[in-house]
Write a protein that binds this ligand. Structure first.
Ligand code: TYM
Length: 326
């Protein structure tokens, strides 16, 4: 029986952080057994904000190394860079012509990014979700594992598939998003979503000491002011992170000890740091080893793009015929 196809992507700006890891990447690895998995580096999406061209390609390679080191190896999935498969932009143009301007202007991410980058509110920032719909539908992916900040884009992707099918005949599935157990991680400030641009992140590849320093000073349950106050794990971002790194059978005990003020935040953070490093340590070692083998990483991306181009060519052929271009 053919496996269902899933697809997801990550932008190559800066280093991947543990929000990316527990919200998406770790989930991607766990899905590789059940699905035909395509994962990509969204290098075209990341051009919508200001960037340094001379460092851009290195960022793409670092992201590829990180993903492979996390377990997205070529025997488990297809990994590629978005710009290596021209079908993404071909289909995005067709979707641009189907997407009402109002739908794009309503996107929370567009409003947030336009607010953060007032000096560079470019058209790509606005039409970003049409490219994202193309990324997914170019492969007729049925499931898209993401963090909860991407759900609005997935809703638009479903509407795009429906619009295309109504206008040109049944072609695309309406893909569903799939969230991890921790779909939204706040930053170390405990205020905003952990993100590269807000500098409130813990990087997957950061040294253990840097990670400890960031955890040590990270915000916890905002209602726990003094050490002896009972905490509420349900309000604590660090307890959410625990859920992803600490063995599940230990979580009720940590929650109980926190509620009863039997352990303070520092003890809780130490346990978290230890469990995080058990998982991140080997990833960091594999990433360091891959840094010495850039050709191997390039080969993974090249082979991935070759496979994707074949799938994309079939779908684009169908799209061109149905839309009247051929
Ligand atoms: P990006 O690069 O911002 O993030 C990659 C993945 O990490 C998740 N994520 C988080 N999850 C939990 N807590 C957080 N603080 C957190 N920050 C990020 C994101 O939800 C995402 O799943 N638009 C996408 C890239 C993309 C894409 C696609 C994804 C382009 N085309 C097609 C899926 C399908 C983005 O900017 O992700």
């Amino acid at each position: 029986m053919n496996k269902k196809r899933i697809l997801s992507g990550i932008q190559p700006t800066g280093i991947a952080h543990i929000g990316n890891y527990v919200g998406a990447i770790k989930n991607w690895v766990s899905l590789t057994e059940r699905y035909d998995c395509l994962f990509f580096i969204a290098d075209l999406h990341a051009m919508t904000i200001e960037y340094e061209p001379s460092a851009y390609f290195e960022g793409i390679l670092t992201t590829a190394r990180t993903l492979i080191a996390c377990g997205l190896t070529p025997d488990r999935c297809t990994l590629f860079a978005q710009s290596h498969v021209p079908g993404h932009t071909d289909l995005a143009w067709i979707f641009n012509c189907l997407t009402p301007l109002g739908d794009l202007e309503r996107m929370t991410q567009f409003k947030d990014k336009a607010d953060q980058h007032r000096e560079n509110i470019n058209a790509g920032l606005l039409t970003y979700p049409a490219l994202m719909a193309a990324d997914i539908l170019l492969y007729k992916a049925e499931v898209v594992p993401v963090g909860d900040d991407q759900v609005q884009h997935l809703e638009l992707t479903r509407r795009t598939a429906r619009r295309f099918n109504n206008r040109f005949g049944d072609t695309f599935p309406e893909p569903m998003w799939e969230l991890s157990i921790t779909p939204r991680i706040l930053g170390t400030d405990g205020q905003a979503k952990m993100s590269k641009s807000l500098n409130n992140y813990i990087g997957i590849l950061e040294p253990a000491e840097t990670i400890w320093e960031k955890l040590r000073t990270a915000a916890t349950d905002p209602q726990r002011i003094r050490k002896k106050d009972p905490g509420d794990p349900d309000l604590c971002n660090l307890f959410t992170i625990h859920k992803s790194f600490t063995p599940p059978e230990l979580l009720p005990q940590i929650a109980r000890q926190c509620r009863g003020a039997e352990i303070g935040c520092i003890e809780c953070k130490k346990m978290l740091h230890e469990n995080m490093m058990k998982e991140l340590g080997p990833i960091q070692e594999r990433a360091a080893a891959l840094e010495k083998k850039p050709d191997e990483v390039l080969e993974v991306l090249k082979t991935g793009a070759q496979r994707c181009e074949k799938i994309a060519a079939g779908v684009m052929d169908e799209v061109r015929k149905k839309t009247g271009l051929r």
